[in-house]
Design a protein around this ligand. Structure first.
Ligand code: BGC
Length: 479
C-alpha cells in the first residue's frame, strides 16, 4: 500500500458520521438516566452523574474576597478572588506546574505540596489578615477545585473514585480529599478553611453564570446551562431538576425543596461515557493508549477527545507508518527513530494545533514544529500525510465532543420554548487554543439530532479562569 492509500484508510477509521452522532447521543441520554438512579459502582455502564450539592447558581451580585485552589491536570493554581457584585471580579493568582515526581509519589507528598503553596500565597497576598487569624472564624474560606472523579457526599466532602489524566497515587483513592488537604493546612498552621469542593466543570458553570448574570431565570425556567472542560481531560456538568436525581434520598430532596431549591448541578464525568465501547469509534491506536494508561477500561470517551491523548494518537500512527516502511526511511529500525518519537505522551497537542492550520509553502511550519518538538526531520510528502492525519484526529475529537452537549440539551429540553437560546460555558486548552475546535463542535451539533436549527440557538463561550472563580463562588455560598 502507498503512503497515500494508508492515510486514507486511517482517515476513514477516524470518521464520525451523522448516523453515529445520533446513536451516540441517544446512548448518552440512556446512560445519563441510569447514572442518575444508581450509586457509584452499582451499575458499571451508567455515567457517574455525581450530585455536587450545588443548588444555587450565582446571579452576578455575589460579593467578597475568597480563596480558590485548583488542582488540574497540568498546573496547581492558588487564587484570591474579589467578587465585586456586578458580574466582575479581580483575580490574583500563582500558578505552578505540577512536578512530575508528584504524579506517582505518596499522598503525604501531594497534600503537603498543595498546603505549602497555599500557605505561601496567603502570607504573600494577605499578610495582615494572616497575623490576625488566630481563631477559626478568622480563617480564609477556600473553594477547592479538584478536577478528578470524586464521590461527593456534601459540599465540603468527597472521596476520590479514581485518578485520571497523569496522576496515579493509589493511596489517595477512597480518601476524603477535603479532609486530607485540611489536615496538612492545619499541620502547617495555615489559616485557611476548605469550605467547598468543586469539580472544574462546576466552577466553569458557576463563573459563567456569575459573569453573564442571568442565571436565576434559567433555574426558574428549568432551562439548561452547561459547564464543560475540553482540556487535558474532558467533562461537563449541568442543572438537573431534583425529582430526576433518583440517587438522592427522598428525605433529602424534600429538605432541599423546603429550602426552595429546585435543581442540583450534576457532574456527569462524561469522560467515562461508553466505557464498554458499545458505539464509540475504536482504533488500534486507542487500544494501545488505553493499555498503557493508569486507568485501563475507564474514561474511554476522554481518551478519544481530550488534549492529553491527541498527540499520543498521532505518535502511535507515525510509529506504525514507519514500521510499515512508508515514512522516515532514513531510520532503518524502530530503535533508530528519534528518542522523543519513541517516548509515549511526548508529543503535545500544541504541536498538532500548529500543524492543523499550517498553510505555509511546503508546510515549512510543520517541518519546524516537528524538528523542535521531536527532533524529527521530514520531507514534504510526509508532512502532507501528517497534516491529514492531524486533521482526522482533531475532527473526531471535536465531533465526539458535541455528543454530550447535544444529549444534555435534548434530555433537559433546554431549547423547547419560543426563541429559546442557551449558553454553554467552556474552559480548557483544547477548546480555547486548538484552531477551529469550537467551529467543528458546532458543525457536529448541526449534524446531530439537535439539528442545524438547534445548533443556532446554542452559544458556546469561553469562561476564562472559570474553575478558580467558580470555586470561590462555591465558597461564597457557605456562611
Ligand atoms: C476528570 C474530571 C475533570 C475533567 C476535566 C477528567 O479527567 O475525571 O473530573 O472535570 O478531567 O479536567
Amino acid at each position: 500500500m502507498s503512503l497515500q492509500e494508508e492515510v486514507e484508510k486511517i482517515e476513514k477509521q477516524f470518521e464520525v458520521s451523522p448516523e453515529l452522532l445520533e446513536i451516540l447521543t441517544n446512548h448518552f441520554i440512556k446512560l445519563a438516566d441510569i447514572g442518575l438512579n444508581t450509586q457509584p459502582g452499582e451499575h458499571s455502564l451508567g455515567l457517574p452523574m455525581i450530585p455536587t450539592y450545588v443548588t444555587k447558581i450565582p446571579n452576578g451580585r455575589e460579593k467578597g474576597v475568597f480563596l480558590a485552589a485548583d488542582l488540574g491536570g497540568t498546573n496547581f493554581r492558588v487564587c484570591s478572588v474579589t467578587l465585586n457584585g456586578d458580574s466582575t471580579f479581580d483575580l490574583v493568582q500563582t500558578k505552578s506546574k505540577i512536578p512530575e515526581d508528584l504524579l506517582n509519589g505518596t499522598a503525604k507528598e501531594l497534600w503537603s505540596y498543595l498546603a505549602k503553596k497555599i500557605g505561601k500565597f496567603v502570607v504573600e497576598q494577605h499578610p495582615d489578615q494572616c497575623q490576625r487569624a488566630t481563631n477559626d472564624d478568622d480563617h480564609f474560606k477556600l473553594g477547592f477545585t479538584f478536577s478528578y472523579p470524586v464521590n461527593q457526599t456534601a459540599l465540603n466532602q468527597g472521596t476520590l473514585l479514581r485518578w485520571t489524566k497523569g496522576f496515579n497515587i493509589q493511596e489517595v483513592v477512597g480518601t476524603d480529599v477535603v479532609a486530607e488537604l485540611q489536615k496538612e493546612l492545619d499541620l502547617g498552621e495555615i489559616p485557611v478553611k476548605v469550605v467547598a469542593l468543586a469539580n472544574d466543570t462546576v466552577g466553569t458553570l458557576l463563573s459563567h453564570a456569575y459573569a453573564t448574570g442571568c442565571s436565576t431565570n434559567y433555574v426558574k425556567q428549568g432551562d439548561s446551562v452547561i459547564g464543560a472542560i475540553f482540556g487535558t481531560g474532558t467533562n461537563g456538568c449541568y442543572l438537573e431538576p431534583l425529582e430526576n436525581i433518583g440517587k438522592l434520598s427522598d428525605d433529602y430532596v424534600s429538605q432541599l425543596k423546603e429550602q426552595d431549591a429546585t435543581h442540583m448541578v450534576i457532574n456527569t464525568e462524561w469522560g467515562s461515557f461508553d466505557n464498554e465501547l458499545k458505539y464509540l469509534p475504536n482504533t488500534i491506536y486507542d487500544e494501545n493508549i488505553d493499555k498503557v494508561s493508569p486507568n485501563p477500561g475507564y474514561h474511554m470517551f476522554e481518551k478519544r477527545v481530550s488534549g492529553l491523548f491527541l498527540g499520543e494518537i498521532l505518535r502511535q500512527i507515525l510509529v506504525e507508518l514507519h514500521g510499515k516502511g512508508l515514512i522516515f526511511g532514513q531510520y532503518a529500525t524502530y530503535e533508530r527513530l528519534p528518542h522523543r518519537l519513541r517516548t509515549p505522551f511526548e508529543l503535545d497537542s500544541e504541536v498538532l494545533s500548529h500543524i492543523e492550520i499550517d498553510d505555509s509553502s511546503h508546510l515549512k511550519e510543520t517541518e519546524l514544529s516537528l524538528l523542535q518538538s521531536l527532533r524529527l526531520p521530514t520531507i514534504e510528502e510526509e508532512r502532507l500525510a501528517i497534516q491529514k492525519i492531524v486533521r482526522a484526529i482533531s475532527r473526531r475529537s471535536a465531533y465526539l465532543a458535541a455528543v454530550p452537549l447535544a444529549a444534555i440539551l435534548i434530555k433537559t429540553k433546554a431549547l423547547d420554548g419560543y426563541h429559546k437560546e442557551v449558553e454553554i460555558g467552556v474552559d480548557g486548552s483544547v477548546v480555547e487554543y486548538y484552531p477551529g475546535f469550537r467551529s467543528m463542535i458546532r458543525h457536529a451539533l448541526s449534524l446531530s439530532p439537535l439539528t442545524a436549527d438547534g445548533e443556532r440557538k446554542v452559544h458556546i463561550q469561553i469562561a476564562k479562569d472559570g474553575s478558580g472563580i467558580g470555586a470561590a463562588l462555591c465558597a461564597s455560598t457557605v456562611v
